[in-house]
Design a protein around this ligand. Structure first.
Ligand SMILES: [Zn+2]
Length: 257
């Protein structure tokens, strides 16, 4: 019967693959990447990118319970430029694309809890494409002082497939539109399609266009102070995952392979 120990071992190995609890907890800036806040069906292709308002609030509760302090881009900028310290366990909530549900479902939660967020807009789709926010909604969120906006290009292009001139147009035109519409400097950029969307040719152009921070979809926790050597990593809570996944993500940066 000695061989029976193999079953608990297999279970342990399976759990270790499913939740990466064996990674050491990391210190630094935790950035979280979200897209939709709303309801969707598991059959929907947006399901992994959609978190229900209720689950989002449970995640905020968990962050609070574990001592995380939500920070905004302004605090990151102050910390990066003046060496001002961030809170002990800083978390930055980020949202890609600029979906209308961010205004409908996310904004009331941010207001209720007075929590800050950073939303990356695809400037050509705002106020034009159904399902995306209008500029009026963007402005309303900005005026609350809780939401700041960054660029996610003008057209959500896969930048590594474009010429240098085309890349710079995506970078500078979206920055200019955001600055004209919102009256504040646009200093954060987020690559469409994450690591699959850019290469080492693209990144220097982001800084040449005048951005200070670049965000990728690579999971992880960022050593702070951030020196700009690498893109800012973001943990990715997916629709349908458990709160155990979320706990592993916020302490280790990712929960799955
Ligand atoms: Zn996107």
């Amino acid at each position: 019967m000695m061989w029976l120990w193999i079953f608990p071992l297999i279970l342990l190995l399976a759990a270790a693959c499913r939740w990466q609890f064996w990674r050491l907890p990391k210190k630094g800036l935790l950035a979280l990447m979200y897209h939709h806040i709303g309801q969707t069906d598991p059959a929907d292709e947006q399901y992994p990118f959609t978190i229900s308002p209720q689950r989002f609030e449970e995640q905020l509760d968990m962050l609070q319970k574990h001592g995380f302090s939500p920070v905004g881009l302004d605090e990151l900028k102050a910390a990066a430029s003046s060496g001002r310290r961030l809170p002990e366990k800083p978390v930055l909530l980020t949202f890609d694309d600029g979906y209308a549900d961010n205004f409908q479902h996310l904004f009331p939660i941010l207001q209720k809890r007075q929590v800050k967020a950073l939303i990356f807009l695809i400037t050509d789709l705002i106020g034009k494409e159904p399902g995306y926010m209008t500029w009026e909604q963007v402005r309303q969120m900005q005026q609350s002082g809780l939401v700041q906006f960054g660029s996610h290009t003008t057209s959500h292009a896969r930048l590594r497939r474009l010429s240098e001139e085309e890349i710079l147009r995506e970078l500078t035109q979206s920055k200019k539109t955001l600055e004209e519409k919102l009256g504040v400097a646009c200093e954060a950029f987020c690559y469409p399609f994450g690591s699959g969307g850019f290469d080492k040719r693209v990144r220097p152009l982001v800084f040449r266009a005048g951005y200070l921070f670049d965000f990728s979809t690579k999971p992880g926790i960022n050593p702070w102070p951030w020196k700009g050597k690498k893109t800012i990593l973001r943990a990715f809570p997916r629709g349908g995952e458990t709160l155990t996944d979320f706990y592993v993500q916020i302490t280790r940066g990712k929960s799955k392979f």
